[in-house]
Write a protein that binds this ligand. Structure first.
Ligand code: NAP
Length: 248
């Protein structure tokens, strides 16, 4: 299916998987709205995409705030006439043991990883329903399929994203012709580990990163393109994508 000229909103586009996805979509002729909090990063990526011949706009957004998500979706719709694709990618993974009671970090994960997905989905759905088409990508994780120590809360948030994706797909696919794809990556090179405040888990993740070749953000972006370009009769509901060396 041709995707040239489509309009996409990508959350968490200021780094990692989101930035790589925005770049790939833009090279395929998709107009990209870049949503995240760090405006300087978004502005730099917009410049890079435009210089490479693409179209992009920076939409400083906090996904934990429904009004902020709606403002981003409205701005993109006003400027480019609609939204065809939402990539719900913003997320946090500050690992710790539950008995450390880092409750502020738990709350941030719930707010960004779960509420952020719901807020951005609510912001684009009316537009997609009105045009009777669209494609929503939700970034879950291997951590939404399996539980690991130190990741209890993170795994709970990603299991929620996986469950929501499936329910969303069942409701809005048949009724509104909107496809839903849940992406479940293994280890991907990004800034995700930088928010780990627990020294033990930070070292564990640093050691893991040194022990195998992680996926690149662009590998995940390629899986998004695969699902997006597939025929409109076909919804790639789930993609579980791992580094070859990730034996768990
Ligand atoms: N890296 C992996 O191994 C891996 C594996 C499986 C799944 N994932 C998932 O992939 C997604 C992207 O992560 P990444 O690995 O690319 O990490 P990353 O480089 O740290 O990117 C996270 C993105 O989320 C954004 N974000 C955080 N809080 C936000 C908020 N309140 N509002 C808007 N944006 C916010 C950040 O932007 P600002 O700080 O500028 O707001 C950043 O762009 C996450 O959902 C993560 O859970 C990652």
């Amino acid at each position: 299916m041709s995707i040239r000229g489509k309009v996409a909103l990508v959350t968490g586009a200021s780094s990692g998987i989101g930035a790589a996805t925005a770049r790939k979509l833009a090279t395929e002729g998709v107009v990209v709205g870049l949503a995240a909090r760090r405006k300087d990063r978004l502005d730099a990526l917009v410049t890079e995409i435009i210089e490479a011949g693409g179209k992009a706009v920076a939409l400083p957004t906090d996904v934990t705030n429904p009004a902020s998500c709606k403002a981003a979706a409205d701005a993109l719709t006003t400027q480019f006439g609609g939204i065809d694709v939402l990539v719900n990618n913003a997320g946090l993974m500050p690992l710790s043991s539950v008995d450390s009671l880092k409750v502020d970090e738990w709350k941030r994960m719930v707010d960004v990883n779960i509420s952020g997905v719901l807020n951005a989905t609510a912001a684009v759905l009316p537009q997609m329903i009105a045009q009777h088409s669209g494609h929503i990508f939700n970034m879950s994780s291997i951590a939404g399929r399996k539980v690991f120590t130190g990741l209890a809360v993170y795994c709970a948030t990603k299991a929620a994203v996986t469950a929501f994706s499936d329910g969303l797909r069942m409701e809005i696919g048949p009724k509104h012709n909107i496809r839903v794809t849940c992406i479940q990556p293994g280890a991907v090179k990004s800034e995700l580990h930088e928010q780990i405040t627990d020294a033990t888990y930070r070292k564990q993740m640093d050691d893991l990163a040194a022990s195998m070749t992680y996926l690149e953000g662009e590998d995940i972006a390629d899986t998004i393109l695969f699902a997006l370009k597939s025929p409109s009769r076909m919804d790639v509901a789930e993609l579980f994508v791992l580094p070859t060396e990730q034996g768990w």
